[in-house]
Design a protein around this ligand. Structure first.
Ligand SMILES: Cc1cc2nc3c(=O)[nH]c(=O)nc-3n(C[C@H](O)[C@H](O)[C@H](O)COP(=O)(O)OP(=O)(O)OC[C@H]3O[C@@H](n4cnc5c(N)ncnc54)[C@H](O)[C@@H]3O)c2cc1C
Length: 340
C-alpha cells in the first residue's frame, strides 16, 4: 500500500534543515511499491525529485511536485567466495551504517568512506569520495526503475558513467531513474589504502602501528569528526563547491599573483585547485552574513546558523562564487544539488 501525502515539511529530511514543503510526498519502503507510485496522478502530472538522506541537496524554495523518498533498507549476499563478496544493498540504507556492517563482517574496502552522511542511492548518484577513495571502485551493478518505461533495469559499473562527484544518474538519467539497490564488490582480504596525505602522515608518525582496515576506519572517523561540523548542531551539506579543474595556462596566470596556490596535476594538462583555498584567500573562511556562514575550520562548508529559507543559503553561496570569480577568474561549480 502506498501513501501520497500532501504539503509535507522536508525540514527533517535535508541536512541543511531548511523548512521547505513538498506539494506531494511519498516514502518507498519496498521497491515493489514504485510501479504503483509511477501510476499515480501526483507522479504523472508533476515535477519529481528522488530524495535519499538530503545531505547533498539544498531546497531553495518549496517543491511544487512529488518527492519520492527512498527508505528501503535491507542487505543481501549475492555471491561470496574466498576472495570477495557481492552485497546487494537497498537504496534507502544509510551509507555509514553499511560501511560499519561490512567492516564488522570482515568485508573490506569502504573504510576510507566512513562517516559520510546520506544513503546508498545518494552515494552512487554522487560517486562519493574521501581520503583517496571513490565509491565507483566498489560498485559492481546498480538496480533501479526507469520511470518512463516502468522497467526494472540493471546497470553495470561502466553504464553508470562515473566521474568526479557525478554519474549517469545526475546527467542523462537525471529525474528519470530511481535507484532501488546497489551491488557492491568488497574484498575478503584486508587491503588498506593509505595514499591520502593525512593518513600517510599518521603511519609515518606511528611506525609501530600496523594499520588494518579497522584502524583506517577509526582514524578516518576521528579526522572527520575533528574537521567537519556535526549536522545535528550546525546544519550543512558538506562541501558546497567542487574543486575546480583548470588548464596550465590559467594556473600560470594565478601563480603570477599568488605563488602559493596549491594544485594537483591530473594529467592531460589539467590541474585541480582546492576550492577551500580559493575561498579562504578571498577572505570568506568563517565569514557570516546574517544566519548563514562558512565553517571556521573548513571554508568549503556552508552552515545554516538559523535561517528557514534555502534561498538565503543559495544567495550566500552565490556571493562566494562572485568573489572567487572576480579575484581568480575561476567559476566554482556547486557540489550540492540546488532545487529551485
Ligand atoms: C557533514 C557532511 C560531510 C560530507 N562529506 C562528504 C564526503 O566526504 N564526500 C562526498 O562525496 N560527499 C560528502 N557529503 C555529501 C553527501 O553526504 C553525499 O553526497 C551523499 O552521498 C548524499 O546522499 P543522500 O542520500 O543524502 O543524497 P540526497 O541529498 O538525498 O540526493 C543527492 C542526489 O542523489 C539523487 N538520489 C538520491 N537517492 C537516489 C535514488 N535512490 N535514485 C536516484 N537518485 C537518487 C537525488 O535525486 C540527488 O540528485 C557530505 C555531506 C555532509 C552533510
Amino acid at each position: 500500500m502506498i501513501k501520497i501525502l500532501e504539503n509535507v515539511s522536508l525540514k527533517d529530511k535535508n541536512t541543511f534543515a531548511v523548512d521547505c514543503r513538498a506539494k506531494y510526498f511519498t516514502e518507498v519502503l519496498n521497491e515493489y511499491q514504485i510501479p504503483e507510485i509511477l501510476e499515480t496522478n501526483a507522479f504523472q502530472s508533476s515535477k519529481r525529485f528522488i530524495l535519499g538522506g538530503g545531505s547533498n541537496t539544498l531546497f531553495a524554495k518549496d517543491f511544487e511536485g512529488i518527492v519520492v523518498h527512498l527508505a528501503n533498507r535491507s542487505i543481501r549476499i549475492v555471491e561470496s567466495n574466498k576472495k570477495f563478496v557481492l552485497l546487494e544493498v537497498d537504496a534507502g540504507m544509510n551509507w555509514h551504517k553499511f560501511v560499519e556492517i561490512s567492516l564488522n563482517n570482515k568485508y573490506y574496502g569502504l573504510e576510507n568512506l566512513a562517516l559520510i552522511p546520506g544513503t546508498i542511492g545518494g552515494a552512487i548518484t554522487q560517486n562519493i569520495g574521501a581520503y583517496g577513495v571513490e565509491v565507483k571502485e566498489f560498485v559492481h551493478e546498480v538496480r533501479g526503475i526507469d520511470t518512463t518505461s516502468g522497467e526494472f533495469l540493471v546497470l553495470s559499473n561502466d553504464d553508470c558513467k562515473f566521474g568526479y562527484r557525478t554519474s549517469i544518474f545526475k546527467t542523462e538519467l537525471r529525474g528519470r531513474f530511481i535507484i532501488t539497490s546497489g551491488i557492491f564488490k568488497l574484498s575478503r582480504k584486508p587491503n588498506v589504502n593509505l595514499s591520502y596525505p593525512e593518513l600517510k602522515k599518521l603511519v609515518q608518525k606511528f611506525p609501530f602501528i600496523k594499520p588494518d582496515p579497522k584502524y583506517v576506519f577509526d582514524q578516518v572517523c576521528k579526522i572527520r569528526s575533528s574537521k567537519l561540523p556535526d549536522i545535528e548542531k550546525l546544519p550543512n551539506a558538506g562541501s558546497f563547491f567542487k574543486n575546480p579543474v583548470v588548464n596550465g595556462e590559467t594556473l600560470e596566470i594565478i601563480k603570477q599573483k599568488f605563488d602559493d596556490v596549491p594544485s594537483f596535476e591530473l594529467g592531460e594538462g589539467k590541474y585541480k585547485i582546492p576550492a577551500g583555498w580559493l575561498i579562504e584567500k578571498v577572505g570568506w573562511k568563517g565569514k557570516r552574513v546574517g544566519n548563514v556562514g562558512t565553517y571556521e575550520r573548513h571554508a568549503l562548508v556552508i552552515i545554516n546558523y538559523g535561517v528557514n529559507s534555502g534561498r538565503e543559503i543559495l544567495n550566500f553561496a552565490r556571493m562566494i562564487q562572485n568573489e572567487v570569480y572576480e579575484t581568480f577568474g575561476i567559476h566554482l561549480d556547486f557540489e550540492v544539488e540546488v532545487i529551485e
